[in-house]
Ligand binder design. Structure first.
Ligand code: GLV
Length: 328
């Protein structure tokens, strides 16, 4: 029997490609060539499965052009690059890569919070550019982290990881807002208190965004929300570009309406709003919150295991939709 044909859309760990080759007829992209939508569709012809990253968009046009496609396995926990409704309608299974990146991403959220509050990159640039001539009492004086109020918008697994770090590691008063309230046992384990979104915005000294992107979270933080925040507050986004209105954020940062921001994700990335690039009170990183080698290996392995389980008829391990009458 011939093996199912799959596409690996981006460069990947050689051992993961080798594992896939044991099960599938694999076309890979180890050269990491950038494909536009037409190039992606061209490579998908005749493929039954694809391993995507968050950068490849699977929408109705892709699905219509690739009728043999049965499964898209995303090497990311977020899957806003998938049109899940169109995939379900086309009978195409989607999977994501949750859990394996939770703690690593929460670590990074905290690193970005610390770097932002304590002005680490800004002061490093100052030093490297030879401007450090002598000590001064208020030089790069930032915001306090320990004992301050941590606000978390989006209290899934990663949000809970950020809460624990804040509460247990830094003695922070942790508040959160989420679509639904956590059960009381989990709330008390995270030492986090549920509040309304407005109260969260008004009281947080450090606000961390960890919610999924969807039409309803588009610009969840815009000019009106930023106006509610304290002028001394910092904002950290490790969720998705588009949750924050980047132009409104740049204006708020420029005018001192909030103190600083730490951003790992951007609207329309890898493009970064030029107004953000021009500011010193913002820490910018290129979407690397899950980037440790063990975690990226685990994410790749989970995406591969989803493909393997699906084609072996065991069902996907971490589905994001349910597909009636799967074609396998
Ligand atoms: C990264 O952004 C992910 O969703 O895994």
């Amino acid at each position: 029997m011939s093996k199912p044909r799959i596409l690996v859309a981006r460069a990947l760990f050689p051992e993961t490609v080798a594992l896939l080759e044991q099960h599938f007829d694999v076309e890979h992209n180890q050269a990491d060539e950038p494909w536009d939508a037409a190039g992606f569709i061209a490579r998908l012809q005749g493929k039954q499965g694809v391993l995507t990253t968050g950068s490849e968009c699977v929408d109705a046009a892709v699905l219509a052009a690739c009728p043999e496609l049965r499964i898209c396995a995303n090497m990311a926990v977020g899957y806003n690059n998938f049109d899940v409704e169109a995939m379900s309608a086309a009978g195409v299974q989607g999977t994501n890569a949750p859990d394996v990146l939770t703690e690593t991403t929460a670590d990074f959220g905290f690193a970005l919070l610390m770097a932002t509050a304590r002005r680490i990159t800004e002061s490093e640039h100052f030093l490297r550019s030879g401007q450090w001539k002598r000590w001064r009492y208020d030089m790069f004086a930032g915001a306090e982290v320990h004992g301050s109020t941590l606000g978390i918008l989006g209290m899934g697994r990663i949000g809970q990881g950020v809460a624990r770090r804040g509460a247990y590691g830094f003695g922070m008063n942790v508040l959160y807002h989420n679509r639904s309230r956590l059960d009381p046992a989990l709330e008390s384990e995270c030492r986090a208190r549920y509040v309304g979104k407005e109260e969260l915005l008004k009281t947080a000294d450090h606000l961390v965004l960890v919610l999924p992107y969807s039409a309803s979270s588009h610009h969840a933080i815009g000019a009106a929300e930023l106006a509610l925040m304290k002028p001394t507050a910092t904002l950290v986004n490790i969720a998705r570009g588009g949750i924050v209105d980047d132009a409104a954020l740049a204006a708020a940062l420029r005018e001192g309406r909030i103190a600083a921001a730490g951003l790992d994700v951007f609207e329309g990335e890898p493009r970064v709003h030029p107004d953000l690039l021009a500011l010193s009170n913002v820490v910018l990183t290129p979407h690397i919150a899950s980037a440790t080698m063990p975690t990226r290996r685990a994410m790749a392995r989970l995406a591969a295991d989803n493909l393997i389980a699906f084609f072996h008829g065991d069902g996907p391990l971490t589905p994001v939709n349910s597909v009636m009458g799967s074609k396998v």
